[in-house]
Design a protein around this ligand. Sequence first.
Ligand code: DCP
Ligand code: MG
Length: 389
Amino acid sequence: MGLIMHVDMDAFYASIEQRDDSSLRGKPVIVGGTGARGVVATASYEARRYGVGSAMAMSKARQLCPNGIFIDGNHAHYEAVSAQLMEILGSFSPMVEPLSLDEAFLDISGLSRHHASPEEMGRAVKRRIFEELELVASVGIAPNKFLAKLASDLEKPDGLVIIREENVREVIRPLSVKRLWGVGKFTASQLAGLGITTIGDVADAPVEHLAKVLGKQAYTLKELADGIDKRKVEPVRKVQSVGNEETFATDIWQRDDIEKELLRLSEKVGGRLRRKGLFALTVTLKVRFASFSTVTRSVTLKEATQYDEVLYRTACELYGKVCSDEPIRLLGITASHLTETEEVSLFESESDKKKKTLYRTVDALKARFGSAIITKANLIDTKEEHHDK
Ligand code: DCP
Ligand code: MG
């Protein structure tokens, strides 16, 4: 029987800040955009007591927690800590699938001979993380991904929850439908309209009844509600990053030209990701100025991507953070943190499906007629032709 572990760090960014600055420990620490329109990335558990949480407007967080300590955060640093975390997890299982900077699935089926029990293995993982990183993780262990992720969240922070095959029903039936993957506030309120509020209610409802509000999702949700999830742990592949850069014949400095080059690079990187069947969580922009000084800026996305427009938009945002008017001799875009799956969510919207089909068509045309055949409107009026070799 399969056994999956899900590891999720507690208040990840805030805990790193508290670890690195002992004066912040035990205090309400809020990390996120501290500007006028900033959003909370995360809050320490001390701050959560005031009702502060991820994705909240920073202005609201300041109202709720006036004596909080507000920190802009250092993404590159969190990424580096994440890499250390994944390294530790990799020493416990060769099958590690990172989901975001602070969480991962491990396939631990067949590892029982190294550990007395799943609990003991869970404790060992938590101990190693604490010893090496001075950070606290919550761990869930269960027969499949859905249940393992649910388990890691049940006793946060510092949780360790094992859901055994024989206990699945009693553990999950009383829980809110919001714990089912793909059920957000909207779907939950639609289900509530049918009198369905718990996972048990979903399990007991006839699928046709659910399909009235959920459409095809009904079948997947029904399986989850029965504790069934057949998805496998998909470890990250060997390829660590996919990047392209271009040195210009003459330096560029106009915003238009820069954006065109970023689009061209995004299309190259996106095309390569799609050919390899990979999705990237981190996008890095490299800018080399006429003076040869070079800066790089990175960002980690909420959802992994292989799409040109997401890469392009992200690269433009990153470029916005490079404060210099100096002419540019080189631009580069690198996609890293690669996975074979797009996101945690099980469900795709119709527009996602259309986008995929569109990209497949465009990629097929490019493969047949060369990459100049079809391109985004922004590129059409460029003066010179570039060709991939
Ligand atoms: N994050 C973010 N914006 C969000 C949610 C999360 O930038 N809307 C970042 C900050 C978090 C990190 O991702 O520290 C991990 O996200 P989690 O959802 O796992 O949240 P935390 O680790 O902060 O807290 P928890 O203890 O609930 O896992
Ligand atoms: Mg976390």
